[in-house]
Design a protein around this ligand. Structure first.
Ligand code: GTP
Ligand code: MG
Length: 204
């Protein structure tokens, strides 16, 4: 099963504004500017589907995209840890996202993004720990791999694997680049493997 179509469905600011449907959802989380929206565009092959920007804090709402004419749904979330908004606004986003991840019954997978160029950051490891603690299904995706050499990519993956091992957390780690499309096929396959069988067949 591949991604053959992707269409914007709606944006939501709060949980009660999320689509009232039973489609399986796969959401993308990670620090602001890590490349969530770019990866959604790379995965779907639609370069302008999710809005991207070099300025952190571009995605301010939960944005829902329907895949394969109603087979399942991708959800682009605002980044966490964005410094240039008020503390109050940041806490509001964090709460909304936590609530979404904990309460959304049709959430099949959380794709957690971290920048492959940096050492694991405390904020990211806290989030990984929080996901594991709440027994939420998630995978770790390392972004912007095109900015590293082959050797750097291997080292980056090893560093994150070690950090997860130290927390006794077992999960897939996929190295990607939205620019070169490296890792895109593997990520697509990994995501689809998490979907219930009914979602990963062609449109319903
Ligand atoms: P927010 O919506 O602000 O939370 O950011 P985001 O995580 O959605 O990041 P976005 O996709 O908007 O990308 C942020 C910046 O990183 C943009 O300038 C992108 O062009 C750049 N970028 C994203 N992915 C890659 C990548 O794989 N390689 C390179 N070189 N740049 C990337
Ligand atoms: Mg974004």
């Amino acid at each position: 099963m591949d991604i053959t179509s992707a269409k914007f469905l709606k944006s939501a600011e709060r949980l009660d504004q999320c689509p009232d449907h039973t489609l399986s959802e796969v959401c993308f989380i990670g620090r602001s500017n890590v490349g969530k929206s770019s990866l959604i565009n790379g995965l779907t092959g639609h370069p302008r589907l999710a809005k991207t920007s070099g300025t952190p804090g571009k995605t301010k709402l939960l944005n829902f995209f329907v895949i394969n004419e109603g087979a399942w749904c991708l959800v682009d979330l605002p980044g966490y840890g964005y410094a240039k908004v008020s503390q109050e606004q940041r806490e509001k986003w964090d709460k909304t996202m936590q609530k979404y991840m904990m309460e959304r019954e049709n959430l099949a997978l959380i794709v957690m993004l971290v920048d492959s160029r940096h050492d694991p950051l405390e904020k990211d490891l806290d989030m990984v720990f929080w996901l594991a603690e709440h027994q939420l299904p998630f995978i770790l995706v390392l972004t912007k791999a095109d900015k590293l050499s082959r050797n750097g990519q291997t080292q980056s993956k090893a560093k994150f694997r070690k950090a997860l091992d130290e927390m006794n957390i077992e999960t897939d780690i996929v190295l990607t680049s939205a620019t070169t499309k490296d890792g895109m096929d593997l990520l697509r396959k990994t995501i689809i493997d998490f979907l219930p069988a009914a979602s990963s067949t062609e449109s319903s």
